[in-house]
Design a protein around this ligand. Structure first.
Ligand SMILES: *Cc1c(COP(=O)(O)O)cnc(C)c1O
Length: 476
C-alpha cells in the first residue's frame, strides 16, 4: 500500500502555524470576555436574526476556523444564560473559573475516554475520589463516579439503594411495593428518578417540612409506620442538604439515626449544599452527612467547576459495583497492559464512554485550593444574610423564607403580588442589571436570589434591590 493510492483524510491541519495563531486568538477572546463581564449585561434576549442563524444548511464543505469563530463571537458568546456574570442569581448556577476552563481545554485535547483501561486520566479521577472520601469522612471502601450532574447522581444512588434492598434480585420481578421518602421540598429530579427506575413517582412519599424547610422527622416516622402496616416496603430515605427553593438543610444526623433504626438506605441530595463542608462556619449544618449511604453533589455549582461535573459517592463500593457491573467479552480485563486496572469507572454506572470531567475539577481544586473555595462559599452565604437584612429594612419588600445558606426568597408588596413579582423578575432579566429567578413558597410566587457566583459582590445586591424597588414603584 502506498500513500499515493490512499490520499490522507486526516483532520489535522496542513498549516499548523495558522491554526496555532487562530487558537491563541480564540483563547485571548474568551479571556477578554471574562475580564470584561461586569461591563456587559447579565443577559440579553437573542434577536430573531441571530436565532435564525442556527437554521443553516448542512455544512457539507469545509469552512475556515476563523470564520466559524467569528460566527461564535457574533451569535453565541453574547447570548449565554449569564451565569458567568456577577449579577446572575437565578436557579443554582455556578460561575465557572478560568483554570477549570483551561483544564477542560486540555481534556478535550487529550480526548481521553474514562470508561476504563489503564491510563493516567483514570488516576486523576481516582485522585478526586480519594479527596472526596476525605472531605466527607467516608471510608476507604467508598466508591465514586463523575456524572453529568446531581440529577443523574440521585438516579444512580436510587438504583444502588434498590439493588441493596432487593439483595441483587431482579427488580423487574421483585420491586413491587418498594417505597422511598423525601421532604416535600425535594428537587424534582428525585420523583423523576423513581419514574425512570420503573418504581413510579407515587412510590415517593413526600414528607411535610417545618418552618425552616426541613423534613419533619415525626411525620416521616408516622408515614413509615402506616406504610409498613399497609404492606408496603420502605427502602430509601432521601435527605436534602440545601433545598433548591430556600437552601434548607434536613436534620441529617436525625435522618441517619432513623435510617439505621428502620433499615433504610440513606441517600443525601447535596447538589450544592454538600460543599458547604468546605466552609468552617457552615460545616456544622452538615453533621450526619458522613453517615449517608450515598451522596449526590455537583462540582459545577458552588465549587465553580465548568459544566458539567456531577458526582456520586457511595459508602459501600461493593454494593455500587454489584448494582452496575456487567461482564462483556469486548471489555475483558487483564492483570497488565492497557486492559488492566479493573474495576473501571464503567463498572459503576451506565456510561461506557466517559469524558474527562476529573481534569477541570483537578485544575480547579488545586489552583484555587479548598480553603479558598470554602471562603467563596462562606462569602456567598454572608452576602445572602446581608441581602435578607436589607430586605427586612425595606418597607416595600418582604422576606419570604428564612435564609440558611445562600438563597434569599423575597417579594415586593402589592395588590396582586404574584403577577407583580413575576413581572418584576421578567423586566429585571430583560434589563440586564440582575437575573434572579422565581419560585413558589406555600403558593406565593417569590423572587429567588441564589448567590452562587464567586464574582458577586455587595454592590451587585444593591443593584438588585434598587432595581426591584424601582420596578415595584413603576409596575405596582
Ligand atoms: C441543581 C440541583 C439538582 C440537580 O442537579 P443537576 O446538576 O442540575 O442535575 C438536584 N437537587 C438540588 C437540591 C439541586 O439544587
Amino acid at each position: 500500500m502506498t500513500s499515493a493510492e490512499f490520499p490522507s483524510h486526516s483532520l489535522d491541519p496542513e498549516d499548523w502555524t495558522s491554526l496555532r495563531h487562530q487558537a491563541h486568538r480564540m483563547l485571548d477572546d474568551i479571556l477578554d470576555h471574562v475580564a470584561a463581564l461586569r461591563e456587559g449585561p447579565v443577559w440579553q434576549p437573542m434577536p430573531d436574526a441571530v436565532r435564525n442563524a442556527f437554521n443553516a444548511d448542512l455544512p457539507l464543505e469545509p469552512g475556515a476556523l476563523a470564520e466559524v469563530h467569528a460566527d461564535f463571537l457574533r451569535t453565541v458568546l453574547p447570548y449565554g444564560t449569564g451565569n458567568l456574570h456577577p449579577g446572575f442569581m437565578g436557579w443554582v448556577h455556578g460561575g465557572g473559573n478560568l483554570e477549570g476552563m483551561l483544564g477542560e481545554m486540555l481534556a478535550a485535547g487529550l480526548n481521553a475516554n474514562l470508561g476504563g483501561r489503564d491510563h493516567a486520566p483514570i488516576e486523576v479521577e481516582r485522585q478526586i475520589l480519594r479527596w472526596v472520601r476525605r472531605l466527607f469522612s467516608f471510608p476507604e471502601s467508598a466508591s465514586g463516579l463523575f456524572l453529568t450532574g446531581t440529577s443523574m447522581a440521585n438516579f444512580l444512588g436510587l438504583l444502588v439503594a434498590r439493588h441493596w434492598a432487593l439483595e441483587g434480585r431482579d427488580p423487574g420481578l421483585h420491586q413491587a411495593g418498594l417505597v422511598a421518602y423525601a421532604s416535600a421540598a425535594v428537587h424534582g429530579c428525585v420523583p423523576r428518578a423513581l419514574d425512570m427506575a420503573g418504581l413510579g413517582r407515587a412510590a415517593l412519599h413526600l414528607v411535610p417540612v417545618d418552618d425552616l424547610g426541613r423534613m419533619d422527622l415525626k411525620a416521616l416516622e408516622a408515614a413509615l409506620a402506616a406504610d409498613r402496616t399497609a404492606g408496603l416496603r420502605p427502602f430509601l430515605v432521601v435527605g436534602t442538604a440545601g433545598t433548591v427553593d430556600t437552601g434548607a438543610v434536613d436534620d441529617l444526623a436525625g435522618l441517619a439515626d432513623l435510617a439505621q433504626r428502620q433499615r433504610l438506605w440513606f441517600h443525601v441530595d447535596g447538589a450544592f449544599g454538600a460543599l458547604a463542608i468546605l466552609a468552617p462556619s457552615l460545616a456544622n449544618l452538615l453533621v450526619g452527612l458522613e453517615r449517608a449511604d450515598s451522596l449526590a453533589f455537583d462540582f459545577h455549582k458552588w465549587a465553580q467547576v465548568p459544566y458539567d461535573a456531577g458526582y456520586l459517592l457511595v459508602r459501600d463500593g461493593q454494593q455500587h459495583l454489584d448494582a452496575f457491573a456487567a461482564p462483556a467479552a469486548y471489555l475483558q480485563r487483564e492483570s497488565c497492559g492497557l486492559a488492566a486496572g479493573s474495576p473501571w469507572p464503567c463498572d459503576y454506572g451506565p456510561d461506557l464512554s466517559r469524558g474527562f470531567r476529573a481534569l477541570k475539577t483537578w485544575f480547579t481544586l488545586r489552583t484555587h485550593g479548598l480553603r479558598h473555595l470554602g471562603a467563596v462559599i462562606e462569602g456567598t452565604c454572608a452576602l445572602a444574610q446581608s441581602l435578607a437584612t436589607r430586605i427586612q429594612a425595606e418597607p416595600a419588600l418582604e422576606l419570604m423564607a428564612p435564609v440558611t445558606l445562600n438563597i434569599v426568597c423575597f417579594r415586593h408588596r402589592g395588590e396582586n403580588p404574584d403577577a407583580l413579582n413575576a413581572r418584576i423578575v421578567m423586566e429585571l432579566q430583560a434589563s440586564g442589571l440582575a437575573a434572579p429567578s422565581t419560585t413558589r413558597l406555600r403558593g406565593a410566587l417569590v423572587i429567588r436570589a441564589a448567590l452562587v457566583n464567586h464574582r458577586t459582590r455587595a454592590e451587585d445586591l444593591e443593584t438588585l434591590v434598587a432595581a426591584v424597588l424601582d420596578l415595584g414603584r413603576r409596575l405596582g
